[in-house]
Design a protein around this ligand. Structure first.
Ligand SMILES: O=C(O)C(=O)CO
Length: 347
């Protein structure tokens, strides 16, 4: 009996070390959300597992002593995981923080770099999907798509309320704040809707933007806000753009205008937005991004008609997510092998 117990214990130890060896054959990455139950990127794991062993964050937390010195890259999507001093100190062999998405405002790049760790993101591959979500929000808000759907599904009477009347997109004026790659893609789409396009940007883009998409530069944001029927915010979050759109800006907008935010929640002062909508200073808001995300269900914004709120899904398509994950793998492999990193973000 005693012999059998000893054999069983030995067997269990052998099995555990075999598993650990197998696990450690490929470089390890620590992944947030990916491996979490229901994590949206779970279906892309095979693409990552061709090159890496994935340690889901939950598993890492339970067995830090087994994994800490094996982890060479951190895969993050948004701010779900705080990459702070504590975490960085606990991963002595970390070489890269690999972000899915273009925005890296949630990462303290100087701090991460100070540990000799590179930061990468996935620009370009997110442009079309993010521009599409901006257009979707503009069209859905203007044409009351959500209300129409709710009427079809939940109506108590067949009378069509006057509030179901939308507003035209075709021929209206779109003001784009932030004419980077995504802003440009939005302008191209808006051209197809015969919209008049204004833009405000740190730098004027005469060649590529104005001539190609017929956009008119507004040197002052005030001018853009005063003239636009739809204002689409596409800037990066930075100290300069934090609460860029607040009470003063809402007061400049047309009463029939719509604010669309696909950048970061903190670019818009949400309290001021609630007030602007309640006082009918603007017609509507359509947001892919908020603070926090997702918005608590009892948040005042969700109680206001003419507001659409998405849970930050700008890049959430199968195709874009797949390409994004592939790009993350490429970036991670380059960082781990000391090669040229395609999408390194420098402080
Ligand atoms: O790529 C990003 O950072 C996004 O947030 C897209 O919505």
């Amino acid at each position: 009996m005693l012999h059998m117990t000893i054999r069983l214990i030995r067997g269990a130890f052998r099995l555990r070390s075999t598993i650990t060896q197998v696990v450690m054959e490929k470089p390890c990455i620590l992944a947030t959300t990916l491996g979490a139950p229901g994590g949206i990127y779970k279906c892309f794991e095979p693409c990552i597992e061709k090159h890496f062993t994935i340690i889901p964050y939950e598993r890492f937390v339970q067995r830090k002593e087994d994994f800490a010195d094996k982890i060479q890259a951190l895969f993050v999507w948004g701010a779900a995981l705080k990459v702070d001093q504590n975490l960085l100190q606990s991963l002595p062999n970390l070489k890269a923080v690999v972000n899915g998405g273009v925005g890296v405002d949630h990462l303290d790049i100087p701090l991460i770099n100070s540990f000799g760790v590179k930061v990468t993101n996935t620009p370009h591959v997110v442009d079309n999907a993010t521009a599409d979500i901006g257009m979707s929000l503009m069209l859905a808000s203007a044409r009351k798509i959500v209300e129409g759907h709710n009427f079809s599904k939940f109506r108590e009477s067949d009378d069509f309320p006057e509030s179901s009347l939308g507003t035209d997109v075709s021929g209206a004026t779109l003001g784009i704040i932030g004419m980077g790659r995504i802003g440009y893609k939005i302008a191209k789409r808006a051209q197809g809707f015969e919209m008049k396009i204004l833009y405000h940007n740190r730098n004027r883009r005469p060649e590529s933007e104005e001539r190609a998409v017929g956009a008119t530069y507004c040197a002052s944001m005030k001018e853009l806000l005063q003239r636009s029927d739809f204002v689409m915010v596409v800037v990066n979050l930075s100290p300069q753009t934090h609460k860029l759109i607040g009470a003063k800006e809402f007061a400049m907008m047309k009463p029939n205008s719509t604010l669309i935010n696909i950048s970061r929640g903190l670019v818009v002062d949400q309290d001021a937005l609630v007030e602007a909508l309640q006082k009918k200073m603007i017609r509507a808001a359509a947001l892919d991004v908020t603070y926090p995300e997702p918005l608590p269900r009892d948040h005042p914004l969700l109680a206001i008609p003419n507001v659409i709120v998405l849970p930050h899904v700008g890049t959430h398509t199968m195709e874009t997510s797949q390409i994004m994950v592939e790009r993350m793998v490429t970036n991670a492999l380059a960082a781990l092998t000391g090669g040229q990193i395609p999408d390194e973000v420098k402080a």
